[in-house]
Design a protein around this ligand. Structure first.
Ligand SMILES: [Zn+2]
Length: 488
């Protein structure tokens, strides 16, 4: 009798184990390694403090160069585990030449589906739904948060697979967010969390946070280092100075007026066309990335396809209303992401791309990338790209128009920058040289040297950023603000 009871117990236990699907078992094992399922479910808050570098994606001097870096200090992330709330505060300082504020305080939260930003004055304003989703997923890029979320019976845990000394399992949260958690086979601790995202320039990108240096904190194991990469680029390397479990996390709820406010939606895209000389239009409207159209004998040429498909498609459409002549070329001033965001749609629209030769490999890579998460026009109808590369200079000329293109030389910030000059009207067309609204003009002296070096007689600046201005005003503003002397 005694023996049969034991047999019953043993077989019931074996059945219970057998009933736990292997995916769930992987999560349960990770929970056990992190301090136990009960401890994880009982934890109320996490507070993480530290500092580290946060590179500025798509803003390097040359496409394969080092990314410029924000140095992040006073970083603090508080997480309310039970209520799905988090707040991130940090101070970031530019370690690179920058035209805007070189130190910036950021204070951003999400409370369920409500994202909000807190200004310097302490006032919170609601942020859009895309920010809410992004911040919710960012919160899941932590071993305790992802495992706790995966333990929720409402979460789906699927597709367990082995890779070397690790096992990977896909987690779809109760809210429908999809992530992959990778677990070390020997320690059973999560080694990283991966989520897929859409980037306007790079398309489908993996965002991967790697965890290392686990330490014991109040009954749980927490990583001392969280390194996040977007695709092959470092996004943030957080070195934790303090991990706390169930410490006072402050009030992370979105203020009532923020919750009551509707989520802001991006305003409708506006493109205006202002004639600046015969056969030259300045396309402005929404935002601070403008484009310029040049009218030749039998075709139009566009200078700049900025930001993303939405802006650039609207600009291309507008250019096509200005004349019966076909739009045939797009000049891409340089490789920075906010200036090359329309490269793919320009190719999809059949435009020949004119750019500095140093962008060749990088642009070929951007054009070859997959955009399946948010399919763009080029993904939907692939097209071979046509390029005309400029080495030092190139002149586009017929009876109606002459546009000279020059490579910006020896600039400390811009290695691939191409600018335009119209000798008939003494017009300078440029991106990132100068905007009267900038706080400082750190590379302004180099810009003036380049114009002198090319022996250009400029009367008017027609910019991508900022307002159209007389050139002597531009010179005055550059000279009045701190600037690095031209190296030449
Ligand atoms: Zn720019």
């Amino acid at each position: 009798m005694k023996k049969s009871i034991w047999l019953f117990i043993v077989s019931a236990f074996a059945m219970a184990c057998a009933q736990l699907p292997p995916e769930r078992k992987a999560i349960e094992d990770a929970a056990a390694a992190l301090g136990g399922k009960d401890r994880i479910l009982a934890a109320r808050t996490l507070v993480i403090e530290g500092e580290g570098p946060a590179p500025n994606l798509g803003q390097n001097t040359v496409p394969d160069g080092e990314l410029p870096v924000w140095k992040v200090t006073e970083y603090k992330r508080a997480i309310d585990l039970a209520n799905g709330r988090t707040r991130m505060q940090q101070l970031r300082t530019a370690q690179f030449l920058f035209a805007g504020a070189t130190t910036q305080r950021q204070n951003q939260g999400v409370d369920g589906d409500v994202a909000y930003n807190v200004g310097q004055d302490g006032k919170a304003t609601r942020a859009g739904d895309a920010a809410a989703r992004e911040r919710r997923i960012e919160m899941l890029h932590h071993p305790i948060v992802i495992v706790r979320t995966a333990l929720d019976p409402a979460a789906k845990v699927t597709n367990l697979r082995q890779q070397g000394n690790e096992q990977l399992v896909d987690v779809t949260t109760a809210k429908g967010d999809a992530l992959t958690v990778t677990i070390d086979n020997s320690t059973k601790l999560p080694s990283r969390v991966t989520s897929m995202s859409d980037n306007a320039n790079m398309g489908d990108v993996a965002i991967v946070t790697t965890f290392s240096g686990y330490e014991d904190v109040n009954g749980l194991k927490l990583p001392r280092r969280l390194t996040t990469n977007i695709d092959k680029f470092l996004q943030f390397d957080l070195n934790v100075s303090r991990n706390a479990v169930d410490a006072d996390a402050g009030d992370l709820a979105a203020p009532a007026d923020v919750k009551a406010a509707p989520a802001p939606v991006p305003p409708a895209m506006v493109v205006t066309a202002e004639p600046v000389a015969k056969g030259i239009w300045w396309l402005a409207g929404s935002g601070n990335h403008r484009s310029i159209v040049f009218e030749f004998d039998d075709h139009l040429v566009l200078f700049e396809v900025p930001l993303n498909e939405t802006r650039s498609k609207a600009v291309i459409d507008k250019a096509r209303t200005l004349s019966a002549k076909p739009l045939t070329h797009a000049i891409v001033s340089h490789h920075h992401f906010d200036h090359s965001g329309g490269l793919r749609v320009a190719v999809a629209e059949g435009l020949t791309i004119i750019t500095y030769r140093g962008n060749q490999a990088f642009f070929a890579d951007l054009l070859a990338r997959k955009h399946t998460i948010v399919p763009d026009e080029l993904e939907k109808s692939p097209k071979a790209a046509r390029f005309e590369f400029v080495d030092d200079e190139m002149t586009l000329k017929d009876k109606s128009m002459e546009v000279r293109l020059y490579h910006l030389l020896d600039n400390p910030r811009e290695g691939t920058n191409l600018f335009a000059y119209v000798p008939r009207d003494r017009i300078l067309v440029q991106a990132d040289f100068y905007d009267s609204a900038w706080q400082q003009h750190l590379w302004g002296e180099n810009v003036l040297w380049n114009i002198e070096h090319r022996k250009l007689k400029v009367d008017k600046d027609v910019p991508v950023h900022g307002a159209i201005e007389p050139f002597d005003q531009m010179v005055k503003t550059i000279k009045a603000k701190p600037s690095i002397p031209a190296a030449n």
